[in-house]
Design a protein around this ligand. Sequence first.
Ligand SMILES: Cc1cc2nc3c(=O)[nH]c(=O)nc-3n(C[C@H](O)[C@H](O)[C@H](O)COP(=O)(O)O)c2cc1C
Ligand SMILES: CCCCCCC(=O)C(=O)O
Length: 408
Amino acid sequence: MTVYYKGFPQSDRNEAIKMVNVDELEDRVRKVMPEAAYYYIASGSENEWTWRNNTTAFNHFQIVPRSLTNMDSPSTATQFMGMDLKTPIMICPIACHGIAHKDAEVATAQGAKAAGALFSSSTYANKSVEDIAAATGDSPKFFQLYLSKDWDFNKMVFDAVKSAGYKGIMLTVDALVSGYREANLRTNFTFPVPLDFFTRYVGAEGEGMSVAQMYANSAQKIGPADVAKIKEMSGLPVFVKGIMNAEDAYMAIGAGADGIVVSNHGGREIDTAPATIDMLPEIAAAVNGRVPIILDSGVRRGSHVFKALALGADLVGIGRPFLYGLALGGAKGVESVINQINNEFKILMQLTGCKTVEDVKHADIRQINYTADNLPSNTDPSVRRAYPVTKENQMEGTQDAATGASKH
Ligand SMILES: Cc1cc2nc3c(=O)[nH]c(=O)nc-3n(C[C@H](O)[C@H](O)[C@H](O)COP(=O)(O)O)c2cc1C
Ligand SMILES: CCCCCCC(=O)C(=O)O
């Protein structure tokens, strides 16, 4: 069923979604969601290379099977910052879930709770942190902070988040201004449903803001001292979200960060920024176990979760797919999306002899230097572009359909 907020259609469903993989949901959502809202979600910045490459780049790593391990019934349960989770998957912070469902973040948090995943709420959620907490009790929740230029606003947010029982803050540092997002310009996107903290602070004036207007209210200048100040003022652990290199990781930890989120904002900020999975090994080496690492951007498969954990992450975030689940099935749809990826992940745990998530962190992952000549024949053509093309293999010949071999 559809309900309306000031003329904006919102889903009212609460049903499990049947799917073979989470990728197929994007197309299903395109058919039911208003165009501007759909493209706000399903787009990246500039030419959207990073958005696409985030997922493709997981193919740069290979999972080595392990068979004679005499093991069955792997468990995807894990502990994170003292919280018990049924899966190493986190719901990324995403603004304005009301574009997908009338119950917005409340339904998302309920779906995350049912699946045993960590939920995180954006500063620009439609629903209040109090309403989300009231609907989900003490299930594990983090809060994402867009630091405001106005510290009274920040203080109001910290107090509310802490008393609502959230267990940590993720300070977003990779989106100091909005990336150049053509989709939003073409559709004139504005947030169609009021964002709780914003309207709490500025009242009705906060309604109907564009993404660029919202960013104008947030701080462009963020440094290590802000991390320390947020930690002190909030009294909560602080993760820094949007780390893409070792230097920023060192600085965040040096400033007292309790963890980092390796993220390029799902390809919505710098187009041609590298994929998060490609940067993870060197960042994990720099962090060297001092603080936990969360990775997000492009995660669509159990194999992506597996590779991220094996390469140094402690939790793995999913963004757009859960929002599609929310639009198609409400809380149960979110749960279906998490379960789909988690089930794929569990299959790989069995096939690699990993009984626990801790075992996955020590799994055998290789980076074999495939070239266009020795890539598997059934590999998506975009993967070919991700590999170095040498003079020799940049030929004009065709490929044998049966064997995959190149013909000059
Ligand atoms: C529609 C949308 C809104 C987002 N809003 C926020 C936000 O409010 N705060 C934030 O830190 N990140 C935000 N992000 C980025 C996500 O937290 C996350 O980094 C990204 O979606 C992960 O990539 P994926 O969508 O490919 O899984 C948003 C992403 C999308 C798609
Ligand atoms: C000041 C932030 C406005 C909300 C933007 C949400 C977001 O991060 C996005 O990628 O879109």
